[in-house]
Structure formats: structure tokens, C-alpha cells
Design a protein around this ligand. Sequence first.
Ligand SMILES: [Zn+2]
Length: 307
Amino acid sequence: MSHLNEVSEVLRVTSSYMVRATALGGRVRAFGLNATEIVEELRRRHDLNPVPAAAVGRTAMGALLLAAASLKEEDQLLTVEVQGDGPIGRIICSADGAGGVRGLASNPYAHAPSRDGKLNVGAVVGPSGYLSVTRDLGMRESYKGTVELQSGEIGDDLAYYLARSEQTPSAVGLGVFVLPDGSVEAAGGFLVQLLPGLEPDEIAAIEREVAALPHPTALIRDGVTPEGILDRIFPGGYEALEQLPVRFHCPCSRERFEAALITLGTEEIESIIREETRESTELVCHFCNEAYHFSPCQMRGILQSAS
Ligand SMILES: [Zn+2]
């Protein structure tokens, strides 16, 4: 893995990255992920309680892993939507082909008592509902697949989706560890996809290693890297193809909001100006909670562009 040394140098400033790999002569596709900083940023931006932080964090990491496994271009988008009957409501996370991800939940303050000392994600998501995956490939080309939730724990549900909707048997492990002060100490996971041509004993061996694997957050808290996670799943070795930087990213911008305001039309913009004569107009991106302010003077400029 000496060719990865240079990349490691660049990525050392952050522990969040993904490794893309193959094993068993290309018949297995595998990804290891540390996304601690990303999930902490999601928590901070949306003021997520511990269980919602774990639920949104797992969904965001799932979106990142599926995007890395299936998107070909950097500007393509993969969105995972989880709608259960639990108190968190809907979770939506989108990842692009460049390792950027954003996400949110309807109720950031949902709560459920922990189970076996673990954050009870299944209880805030709810056991009944659906999970859908949408791929926006540009040029108005998009594909959506939907499955019923299996446990609401997200990892199982994504594995079920991949097997059922995409006919790719997969193992998905996702975990988020939240400290007593509410901050995220560790978040990471893996995706292993079984491609055609594997022998039953090879599949059984992978299943055995995945089943024996400690929880992903236990590994990350022990300092295990994404490569280290794959080392444990493939004791016979694997081939690391590349390290991919991952980060929180929302494509919203002041210009986009300005353009959106203009499309409201003159009548609507005039009424906003009338209502907020003295104060600036605040627009908040619901995906990242970033606020954009437009002064009355700027609003008149937008009105002019609209007319
Ligand atoms: Zn945004």
C-alpha cells in the first residue's frame, strides 16, 4: 500500500476519510469509513439529541458509502430517505460523488431510552415505514428504489435495500458514539458487497468475519483506521484502491437563495419587503441551518431583477 502514503499525508489533518478496496480477485467490493467530524458537524448544525445524532449520522454514512459504491461523477447525488413511524419523523441525507454529505431529521429532539447501554436508533426511527434511495445522475436522469424498514437501525435496512432492490448481497455496519456532553466521539462503518462468482465457502468466511467484528465505534474509539476495519473483515488480505476524503457539504449559497427569491415573482417579493420594511429578510437552508440575510436595500435590488 506504499502508493497511498502521499494521500495519507494530506488526509492526516482530519481523521474522516473513506477507503475503497476490492478483495478475492475483484469479486468483493469493500469500503471502510471514519466520519466522526462529519457526524459531529451534523449534530452541531441541527442541535441533534444523542439518538437523533446516531440516526442521522448512520443515514449520512450510509449515503456516503452507497454514493462511493455507485456514483460515477462528482456532481451526481445519492439521497437516502428514511420514513418510519417513530418520533424522529423523516430523515433525509444526500451524498455527492465527491465525498460531500448533508442531512437532517424532522425532529432533532426525539428521544428513546437506551437499550443494552446503546443508543436506541430503532426506537426513534420506528419499526414500520420505508427506506428509499434516489440517484440523481444529472440530465434529469434519476432512479429511486424503496423497501420497507426491517429494524429501523439503518445499517440492516440499507443491507436489505441493496439485496432486495439492487440484487447485491451486502453487509453494512454503521455506528455513532455520543459522549455524555452530547458531542460525537466516534462515527464510522463499512460496506462489503458480494459480486457474482463467489464460492459458498468464501461467502461464509466473509459472513463469519463480519459477524465477529466488534461494533464499528468500538474499533474507531480504539484508534482503528478504515483500512484497519477492512483488515479484520479480510484477514487473507485485500487491495486498497484509493483513499477518498469525506466532508460535510451543503451546496447552498447566497446566490442560490437570491435566484430562488427572484423566481417568487414581483408580487411576492413586494409583500416580503412590505412585511419586513426595517429588518433584513432571513432565509435559512433547512439542510444545513445556514442563515442568509438580505437587507431591505438588497431586497429592492432582487425586486428589480425579478421585474
Ligand atoms: Zn445549506
